[in-house]
Design a protein around this ligand. Sequence first.
Ligand SMILES: [Zn+2]
Ligand SMILES: [Zn+2]
Length: 84
Amino acid sequence: MFDATCAECGAETKVPFEPRGDRPVYCDKCYREKRPQRGGGGGGYGDRQMFDAVCATCGEATQVPFEPRGDRPVYCREHFKRGE
Ligand SMILES: [Zn+2]
Ligand SMILES: [Zn+2]
C-alpha cells in the first residue's frame, strides 16, 4: 500500500497503487461517497427509471428498465425469465 493524501478532505490514506498525480486519490470515506450508488441503502431501485410496457407473450402490463421502442419485443418478468 502507498501513502496518499485524499484530494477531497486532505486526510492521510493508503491506496493499493502508487499515486502519480495524474488522477485524484481519495480516502475510503470520500471514495465511497463519490462512487455511484447501486441500489444499496434500502431505497429500492434508487433513481433507476422504469418504463411501462406490455408483455409480447401474454399481453400483461409490466415495467422495464429501458424505453420500449417497438423494435424488439418486451416481456413481463415471468416470460423474460423463460426467454420467450
Ligand atoms: Zn477524504
Ligand atoms: Zn408475459
